[in-house]
Design a protein around this ligand. Structure first.
Ligand code: ACO
Length: 428
C-alpha cells in the first residue's frame, strides 16, 4: 500500500503522508496542508472523519464491535479485573503487580475525604440543581483546595493527583446525592473496597447499618469498568482540548463532566429511563414511540439506541445486559418499565429503519435499569457514569500532556457577511 495520499486542488497535486496505527488504521496526515496549499483546510463538523491524536490507551472497532483497554478485551477485563485495577491499567499503561495494586488501593483510601469547607459549597446549591452541575462545580473547586499544579513528567506528582481524584470523587458524589436526599454528609469506611464504599457512602442511613449486597457491588464494579474509557468521545476530547491550554487536571475533568452531562452523550442513561417512564405514563404503546422515532418531522429519538462509532453492536451493551438480567432476577425486581424496555429492544432489532441505520441498544440503554435497581435516582445516573469515566479522562489528559500536544484550536470556513460599513443606531 502507498505511503502517501495525493490531493489535487485546481490542477495542482499535493502529497501527504499516511499514518498507520498498530491495528492497521490509516489516517492522512494533513498537518502541513494549510502551509502547502496556502490556506486550504479540511472541514468535518462533528469530527466524524477526523483523528485528533495518536493514542495508545483504548482501541475500538465500531464495525466489528471490538473494545480493548491497553490491548485487553473489554470482556476479559470486565470478567477478571476490578475497577481500580482497570484504572491503573488505563492511566499507567500496564496491569498493576500485586504490590502496586495493594498500594494503589491504600493510597486512594488515604485520600478518601475532602475539606470540610466543601460542605459549605454544597449548602449553597439550590434544591433544583442538577447533580451533574454540582459535581462539575465541585471537581473544579478541588483546584482551590489543592492548588499545586500537576507536573505530568513527575511520576510521583502524577500518581498523587490520580489517587487524590479517585479518592475524593466518590465523596463528592455521595455528598451530592445525600444533600438532595436530605441525609447527613458523612465519610466512608476505609475497611471496604472502593465500590462497596461508594454504595455505603451514598446509602447508609443515619440510624442504621448499611448491609452490602454482593450482586449490586459486582454490577456497579462492572458498570464502572465498562465506562472507564472510550477513546476520543465528546467528554474525553473536551478534557484533552481544555487540558491542551495547560489548564489544570481538575479544571479539565470538570469540563469533561459538563460535556458528559448532555443527553446525546452520558446523559443518555437518564434520558432512557425518562423515556421509558413517559411511554409507560402514555399507556405503554411501544409501537407508537417506534413510529415517532422514525418520523423525520418528529424530534423524538429512541434514547439508548445508536452510537457514533458502533455500527454493529456495542460490546459493552452485551456485557451489561447480562448484568442487568442478573441484578433483576437475583433481586426479584419486576417493573413494568422493564417490559417496555424489552419490547422496544425486540421491535427495534427487527425494524428495517433501525437495521438499515445500524442502530443497536448502547450501554446506556441497560445501565439506567441497573442504577434504578440499586435505588439510585434518575438524575444521579450520569454522575455514576462520571465516576466510571474518571480513569479514562485522567489517562487521556496525561497522555496528551506527556506528548506535548499543541493547544487544540480548530479552524473554520467563514460564511457570514463580508465587510460592511457600521451604521450608527439612530440611522438604522
Ligand atoms: N432514534 C432514531 N433515529 C436515530 C437514532 C435514534 N436513537 N440515532 C440515530 N438515528 C438516525 C438519524 O436520524 C439518522 O437518520 P437519517 O440517516 O435518516 O438522517 C441516522 O440514524 C444516523 O444518525 P446520526 O445522528 O447521523 O448518527 P450520529 O453518529 O451522529 O449519532 C448518536 C450518534 C448521537 C448516539 C445518536 O444515535 C443518538 O442520538 N442516539 C440517542 C442518544 C444516545 O443513546 N446517546 C448515547 C450514546 S452512548 C454514550 O455516550 C455512552
Amino acid at each position: 500500500m502507498a505511503n502517501t495520499a495525493t490531493i489535487e486542488i485546481d490542477g495542482k497535486k499535493y502529497d501527504f503522508p499516511l499514518v498507520k496505527g498498530t491495528e492497521n488504521e490509516i489516517a492522512i496526515d494533513i498537518t502541513k496542508l494549510r502551509a502547502a496549499t496556502e490556506g486550504v483546510i479540511t472541514i468535518d463538523p462533528g469530527f466524524k472523519n477526523t483523528g485528533s491524536c495518536e493514542s495508545a490507551i483504548t482501541f475500538l472497532d465500531g464495525e466489528k464491535g471490538i473494545l480493548r483497554y491497553r490491548g485487553y478485551s473489554i470482556d476479559e477485563v470486565a470478567e477478571n479485573a476490578d475497577f481500580l485495577e482497570v484504572a491503573y491499567l488505563l492511566i499507567f499503561g500496564e496491569l498493576p503487580t500485586k504490590e502496586q495494586n495493594d498500594k494503589f488501593h491504600e493510597d486512594i483510601k488515604a485520600e478518601s475525604y475532602v475539606d470540610e469547607d466543601v460542605k459549605k459549597i454544597i449548602e449553597a446549591f439550590p434544591k433544583s440543581a442538577h447533580p451533574m452541575g454540582i459535581i462539575s462545580s465541585l471537581t473544579s473547586a478541588l483546584t482551590a483546595f489543592n492548588p499545586s499544579s500537576v507536573n505530568v513528567e513527575s511520576e510521583e506528582d502524577m500518581y498523587k493527583s490520580v489517587v487524590r481524584l479517585l479518592g475524593k470523587m466518590p465523596v463528592l458524589v455521595a455528598w451530592t446525592y445525600r444533600k438532595k436526599a436530605g441525609l447527613p454528609l458523612d465519610y466512608g469506611d476505609n475497611s471496604l473496597g472502593y465500590v462497596e464504599n461508594i454504595l455505603k457512602m451514598m446509602f447508609k442511613k443515619p440510624n442504621g447499618e448499611y448491609i452490602q449486597n454482593k450482586v449490586l457491588v459486582d454490577a456497579l464494579d462492572k458498570l464502572l469498568i465498562l465506562h472507564a474509557d472510550h477513546e476520543q468521545n465528546c467528554s474525553t476530547s473536551t478534557v484533552r482540548i481544555v487540558g491542551s491550554s495547560h489548564a489544570g487536571l481538575f479544571a479539565s475533568i470538570s469540563a469533561g463532566i459538563s460535556a458528559l452531562w448532555g443527553p446525546l452523550h452520558g446523559g443518555a442513561n437518564q434520558a432512557v429511563l425518562e423515556m421509558l417512564e413517559a411511554i409507560q405514563a402514555d399507556g405503554g404503546d411501544t409501537k407508537k414511540y417506534m413510529a415517532k422515532a422514525k418520523d423525520k418531522n418528529d424530534p423524538f429519538r429512541l434514547m439508548g439506541f445508536g452510537h457514533r462509532v458502533y455500527k454493529n453492536f456495542d460490546p459493552r451493551a452485551r456485557i451489561i445486559k447480562k448484568s442487568a438480567d442478573d441484578v433483576l432476577s437475583q433481586l426479584g425486581i419486576k417493573e413494568p418499565i422493564l417490559n417496555i424496555a424489552e419490547g422496544l429492544e425486540q421491535e427495534a432489532l427487527k425494524d428495517q429503519y433501525f437495521v438499515d441505520r445500524k442502530l443497536y441498544p448502547n450501554v446506556d440503554f441497560y445501565s439506567g435499569i441497573i442504577y434504578r435497581a440499586m435505588g439510585i435516582p434518575t438524575d444521579m445516573f450520569t454522575v455514576m457514569f462520571a465516576i466510571g469515566r474518571l480513569p479514562g479522562w485522567i489517562a487521556q489528559w496525561r497522555e496528551m500532556r506527556l506528548k506535548k500536544e499543541p493547544i487544540g484550536r480548530p479552524r473554520q470556513i467563514y460564511t457570514g457577511a463580508t465587510e460592511r460599513k457600521f451604521v450608527p443606531v439612530d440611522e438604522r
